[in-house]
Design a protein around this ligand. Structure first.
Ligand SMILES: C[S@@+](CC[C@H](N)C(=O)[O-])C[C@H]1O[C@@H](n2cnc3c(N)ncnc32)[C@H](O)[C@@H]1O
Length: 291
């Protein structure tokens, strides 16, 4: 091969490698490299997340908080779980709603995203938990509403997380999740419109409705089959499972929680975030503390 041919080949190879790196780390936010990479990237960008996203509180009121409050009416104190809450967008929208008197628990696996959420929220009404979406630390049939916004496509197994969210939702409770519209470059990470009804029905949902929302995302509203009385804003101690023994036996102590059943200790960070993740995944215990 001539020198020119070799140079051209090298240039093409370099472009291909840069393209692959861009796709793996930027376009798909590390999802095909595993959960650790996704969380590492969110930890890295947590300080810039709100600036990048330009969330508008009036939109979040109009398209999220108000429809949720309309849906649970006349109940004003629903128990809500926001899975992959990030910097607390959904909890903040609900706390800012004039009639919301409930409790909204925000859960995420990026410790630094939660560190940025904490100062914005009243952590008694909106506790934050560092924990994976794949293992929600609550008993079956617990919440009136479960939400998960702009996150399922970054999970290794979105279907498994959907099942887990359905498990903790009470019969008759409301599920609100997003489905990415611009997921052409993320094979297997978003549902086709035609499959939505079947996917959600398999997860135990009914009344599956799709609402066009943003350029990138549709909102999917569904209801868990069956009926049960509203859960209402129960305190965290009544619903939080111990990450070590799975019993609802955690009691708040100075600087954290202790399990009355197995003695396991869960720490609370200086910012008030409940740190369950290190107990599920020992490697996370050595992660750097939030800035
Ligand atoms: C694009 S952000 C969305 C945050 C928030 N829901 C919002 O609308 O602004 C995606 C979030 O998913 C979280 N996440 C990704 N994989 C997760 C997992 N397996 N368990 C819990 N959270 C996860 C990330 O840490 C990140 O905060």
């Amino acid at each position: 091969m001539s020198d020119l041919g070799s140079i051209l080949l090298l240039v093409l190879l370099a472009f291909a490698l840069v393209g692959l790196g861009w796709w793996l780390l930027i376009e798909t936010e590390g999802v095909y490299l595993g959960r650790r990479v996704v969380v590492w990237l969110y930890d890295l960008y947590a300080g810039r997340y709100d600036d990048i996203k330009h969330f508008r509180s009036d939109y979040d009121h109009l398209f999220l908080a108000q429809p949720i409050m309309d849906d649970v009416a006349p109940v004003k104190s629903p128990l809500v779980l926001d899975v992959a809450t990030g910097t607390g967008r959904l909890p903040l929208a609900l706390l800012n709603h004039a009639h919301f008197q409930g409790r909204v628990i925000g859960l995420d696996l990026s410790r630094r995203m939660l560190a940025h959420a904490a100062p914005k929220l009243d952590l008694v009404r909106a506790p934050l938990i560092w924990c994976p979406a794949e293992r929600l630390p609550f008993p079956d049939d617990t919440f009136d509403v479960v939400t998960c916004l702009e996150s399922l496509e970054f999970m290794e197994r979105p279907d498994a997380v959907l099942d887990e969210m359905a498990r903790v939702l009470r019969p008759g409770g409301r599920l609100v999740v997003t489905n990415r519209r611009t997921a052409r470059l993320m094979p297997g990470k978003a549902w086709q419109d035609a499959d939505l009804s079947d996917v959600f029905k398999q997860a135990g949902m009914s009344e599956v409705e799709l609402a066009r929302w943003q350029v990138d995302y549709d909102l999917i509203w569904a209801r868990k089959r069956g009926d049960s009385p509203p859960a209402l804003a129960r305190p965290l101690a009544e619903i939080l499972r111990c990450p070590c023994c799975d019993e609802v036996c955690l009691v708040e102590t100075v600087g954290g929680w202790r399990c009355d059943n197995c003695g396991c200790r869960v720490s609370t960070g200086d910012d008030g975030v409940l740190e369950l993740a290190p107990l599920f995944n020992p490697h996370l215990a050595n992660r750097p503390k939030p800035e």
